[in-house]
Every structure is written in C-alpha cells, then in structure tokens.
Design a protein around this ligand. Structure first.
Ligand code: FRU
Length: 444
C-alpha cells in the first residue's frame, strides 16, 4: 500500500479529522475521517495508516465503515485506547432520519441522531465491522444534559481508578459544552458532569480532548461558530490550561484561550502519548481546493504539547526535526520538502516560494496571498500574539517546515505556530533581516 513521508495526506479523495491516534505494539496508528468516493465530505468511513516513527506512514485502507443501524450514515470521529493487549476504538455513529433526495451522502436539514460506539481489535489491523460494534452511549434523550443530534467525538482515557470519556455537545444549539462519562469496564458508561462557557465560545464544541502534562492539564476544543469576521472558517480549535477533578468530573475552564495554531487552518486536533511518553498532537489541515493528484485534506506534522507557566507550547516533534538531516544551500537541491531555520530581527522578512513571513515588533505575521486561491472569505494574513520567548539577543527563532501544500512556522520552539495550506510554491527562499538561516532536506 501507499507510503508517505513527513505529512500524512489523503490517499485519494477526501479526509478530515485524525481519529484513534495511538502508539500500540510498536507502531503509531492514525485513523482518519475518510470519504472514499470523491474529493468532498460525505458518508464517513475510517481510513487507517501506521508508522514506526511518525515520519513515514503506510496506508492500510479502510478500518471502519457503516454497517449498523446506529452508524448507518457514518462513522464519525473518535479515539483509541489499549486494554489487555487489545485495541479499542470509540467513535460516533450517525443515523439520518430522512433520506436526502439530492445526495444520500449528506443529511437533510440536520435530521439525524448520534450514538457512541465501541469496537475492539485483537491486533490493531482487523476490525469486525459486521458483528463487533456495540452502542455504549445511545443518543442523548435528556435535553438538560446534551443534544440528541449534535453530541459526538468521544475521547477516552484511563484515569486513576476508572475509564473516562469526554464528548462534545451543544446546549440547544446556543452554546457548546462537554459531557463527562465514567466506566469501570469500557462497556457500561455513566454520565457524571458537564462543562461550558457561553455563546461567545461557539454554539457547538466538537472533538474535545483533555489530558494532563507535567505543567498542568489542557483542554482542546473545536468550537463551531467561534469567529464572525466574514471569513470562511468560523469554526476554530482553541486550547485552555485547565484543572480537572476526577472524583466529580468538574473542570475549571478559564476565560482566555489560545488558538491551537495561529494560521487558523488547523482543526479537530487529537493527542496521544508517543513511545517516550510525550503528549503529541496532530490535526486536520483544511484545504480550499483539491491538490495535484486529486486528493484533499492532510495532517500537520505531530507536535509535542507542553505547558509552562500557563502557556501551551506546540513544539516540533524530535523525530520530525531529525528527519530533516541534510544541510543544503537552497531548496532547489531537494525534490521533497525541507526545513528552514531563521533568527529574525524586527522588521525582517522571509519569502518562501511566495509565502511571506515578517516580524513586526514582537509579532510574526504571514501573508499567503501569492500562493493561495482567491475566493470570498479567504483567510490570507495570519499573526501571532506578542512573543515572550525570543532569543537572548532579541531575535525571534523560526523553524519553518515547507511541503508542497503546507507551510508550518514554529515560532520560538513552539511558543506559537502558524500553519498555512498553500498551492504553487516556488523553490526559492529570500530573507532580509535574518541573523542566521539554514536549510535542511529530508532527502535530495
Ligand atoms: C469535525 C467533525 C466532527 C465529526 C466529523 C465528521 O471536523 O465535524 O465533529 O465527528 O468532523 O466528519
């Protein structure tokens, strides 16, 4: 089957969220939302890819597809855990209540219900779609708890004394909320508690993820309708440093949040632990049009999540950094992607094949106008907040991963990251106001 390096891309057609991300029996397994019949969103299946090192990925074909009443119209997002040597996936099954006469692969007027399902695999590769699925949380029927339609994306983890599950939901389509469940045995789940902020944090919270790090707990959310600035992507992934109490499943969510990524293209992140116990994150890169080769949708390179003094860092994973091992003079020397590093002074500007990165005071600003399709609501200019972690000499350190359809700008070792989908980059770099610049290829 097809292999890919450094960025996992749709093998063909369409992919969106990463699902079931786990290090299991010596391999990273990364599943994903997949529509196998065309380059657009539709009835969701789970595609499957595996990797030894997070660098080279091998596509394994389909893992999950609709086979039961509960998931007859799609296997939506979910997560994985290992228990007793087996791999378990939990995910959302959707069932449309009416047929859409225009298109059986999409729902008419949001008339659907959502349940949470479990499926077990002995080896991480074989899934009994015909007989192995179990509904563990039926559609929510109590409107004071959550929504029958918009409740989805279970993320599961082992707590100190039990299994825990966080679900995204909405309170009457007015504001997003997360629901917490607990289980002793993975099969019987009890609703314990919920958390929310209010309408200014979006009307529905998708793909929640909660985890602890050495520097504190983190909550990731993908908030629908968060922005209202005339741009296309109103849905945005945000993160908060949080404190979570297992006994009561209560969580303190502060008012202020960071964006997952300041390019605002990433969405639906998912985290897991890597082979060394680091918390790592990947996310869907939303692309506005089909790339050369007829595919659409990819994932950002995996990032190590760390919390320091209440700030959430997304650092380049060491395996990714190591993969770019060959120092070269300029990008024309390699046929594949590359990593470029800079120490940028105030007012400095870098041009990466038409993608502009400038430093304005303590902010990094990017402009992709020359390498992005033009359409109404296109998000072209991105910027970080003020940086706090510049080099001792006042320069700002940038590590920029460049691939044909994605640029990732790591600012000060992950203090902030700007990731941008791009089209038609040229193979040249120009820089003014750089103290230091280096380029590395993964292969020539
Ligand atoms: C996020 C999302 C999830 C859902 C999936 C469906 O992008 O909308 O909430 O499970 O995509 O493909």
């Amino acid at each position: 089957m097809k292999t890919q390096s450094l960025h996992l891309k749709a093998p063909d057609n369409w992919i969106n969220d990463p699902n079931g991300f786990i290090y299991y029996n010596g391999y990273y397994h990364l599943f994903y939302q997949y529509f196998p019949y065309g380059p657009r969103w539709g009835t969701m299946h789970w595609g499957h890819a595996v990797s030894r090192d997070l660098v080279t990925w091998e596509h394994k074909g389909l893992a999950l597809y609709p086979t039961t009443r509960a998931d007859q119209n799609g296997c939506f997002s979910g997560s994985a855990i290992e228990e007793g040597g087996k791999l378990y996936l939990v995910y959302t099954g959707v069932r449309y209540e009416v047929v859409n006469p225009e298109d059986p692969h999409t729902c008419l007027d949001e008339q659907f219900e959502s349940a949470q399902l479990l499926i077990c695999s002995e080896d991480g590769y074989h899934f009994d779609n015909e007989h192995g699925k179990e509904v563990i949380i039926p559609p929510v029927t109590d409107p004071s708890v959550g929504d029958r339609t918009h409740t989805r994306d279970p993320k599961i983890w082992r707590g100190r004394d039990a299994w825990y599950l966080i679900l995204g939901s909405t309170m009457g389509e007015k504001y997003g909320e997360v629901l917490f469940y607990r289980s002793e045995d993975l099969h019987t789940w009890t609703y314990i508690n919920k958390a929310f902020k209010g309408p200014e944090y979006g009307w529905m919270w998708e793909c929640p993820d909660y985890f602890e790090t050495a520097g504190g707990g983190v909550l990731l959310l993908s908030a629908m309708g968060l922005l209202n600035n005339g741009e296309k992507e109103r849905n945005q992934s945000i993160c908060f440093p949080v404190a979570f109490d297992e006994a009561t499943c209560s969580i303190q969510i502060p008012d202020d949040y960071q964006y997952l990524d300041y390019g605002l293209d990433l969405y639906a992140p998912q985290t897991t632990l890597d082979a060394e116990g680091r918390r790592i994150m990947t996310a869907w890169v939303r692309m506005p049009k089909v790339a050369d080769g007829g595919w659409i949708g990819m994932f950002c390179s995996p990032r190590v999540v760390e919390v320091q003094d209440g700030h959430i860092f997304f650092r380049m994973h060491p395996n990714i950094r190591k993969a770019y091992s060959q120092a070269i003079q300029n990008p024309a020397e390699t046929r594949s992607g590359y990593l470029a590093s800079f120490d940028l002074t105030d007012g400095g500007e870098i041009n990466i094949g038409g993608y502009l990165i400038t430093r304005k005071g303590n902010r990094i600003v990017t402009d992709r106008t020359a390498v992005y399709p033009s359409f109404e609501g296109a998000h072209l200019i991105s910027e970080t907040p003020d940086t706090d972690y510049n080099n001792p000499d006042g320069t700002c350190h940038l590590d920029v991963i460049v691939d044909s359809n994605l640029i990732e700008v790591y600012v000060n070792d992950g203090e902030y990251v700007i990731s941008s989908a791009v089209y038609g980059l040229t193979r040249e770099i120009r820089c003014s106001g750089c103290k230091e610049s280096r380029v590395y290829a993964a292969e020539r």
